[in-house]
Design a protein around this ligand. Sequence first.
Ligand code: NAD
Ligand code: TYD
Length: 361
Amino acid sequence: MTELSTEHRPAGVLVTGGAGFIGANFLLRMVPLYPNVHFVNLDALTYAGNLMNLREVQHSGNYTFVHGSITDPALVRSLFAQYHFTSVVHFAAESHVDRSIRSPLGFVQTNINGTVALLEEARAAWRSAMSSPNQVRFVHVSTDEVFGSLGHEGVFRPDTPYAPRSPYSASKAAADHFVRAYANTYGLPAVISNCSNNYGPFQFPEKLIPLTILRALNRQQVPVYGTGANIRDWLHVHDHCAALDLILHKGRIGDTYLIGGASELTNLALVRMLLTLVDEALDQPEGTSLDLITFVADRPGHDFRYAVDASRIRRELAWHPSYSIERGLRATIAWYLSNRDWLDAVADQSYRNYLNEQYSL
Ligand code: NAD
Ligand code: TYD
């Protein structure tokens, strides 16, 4: 279903899940960069949605926040009617593997049913626009975890068969399949990105990197699952957002772009590097934080390794990651240290009241 495309020029963009980690970083990049494009952020504000993330753009004339769910077709329909979106960038999801293991049903509801509900509304709203190349575009933000688990060798490629192994990755894989089905069956102009593990500002401290930083700052134990031998490929979120900007404008309709940082580390090596950099940032003797490492029971069905071949996006869209892992981790630690109000608001849950202070419901 691949066809060559020239540039898509967004006018109105529906961003779903823009109050979360990656969505917020995307909006913080895009709203000032494209002042003539209107960005509407539709977010249900689950525990992972935090409007404090968007303080820098909340009063921008080309940004609107809407509190609501992608699973609400009437709301999504009314937004398409009001804002005449040319583009959707779909981040909204339940995103944490451990939560998906504890309660998978919410992942089915948001990641699968929510995505299909959104696709239905895009299909209906864009019925007459879909035949004109580049007039409208649906960018579906997905994960490399849909491809399953690698051994020590090999990488995921765009044609690697899907083999998801956790409830989270199964729900994202199902969503990807529906996006492809809509592209194939109805001609919905869609592009899918499958990215490796992100880190950076505004990441909720349930994920490994912010959890480790927060716990090191509080001198609490840092849990490493199993022996810490599992391997992840890490990408700074600003590099992911730069890739999505390119995909929105220039990605080939019908294609899948794999995005990765070519920064593979075992979890133990990553945690050790992070704790050493925290010591450095806090002017503590090197090694002070290493004694916080605590090996805990492994995650059930823990995928061993992820790694992606990002050569398509490098070649076709001239994207490349700008952060080395060490520079990215240093920048991330510095961000958490200088944004203690954000960390405190997350720790005491007061970030959840930010909506009431800023918006009347
Ligand atoms: P996140 O959990 O930080 O944010 C998810 C956002 O979606 C939150 O703001 C939440 O309130 C919102 N949301 C949840 N259910 C919703 C619903 N029904 N309607 C509207 N909004 C809803 O997630 P993230 O880490 O920013 O990930 C964003 C996307 O990128 C996800 O689709 C995820 O699968 C994908 N992804 C994440 C990573 C990563 O490393 N974090 C890597 C690759 C791909
Ligand atoms: P995570 O940040 O949850 O991302 P994902 O599961 O999507 O890759 O976890 C990254 C890796 O770190 C993963 O192999 C699980 C491991 N991990 C720990 O060892 N300890 C922790 O406390 C967490 C949250 C994750």
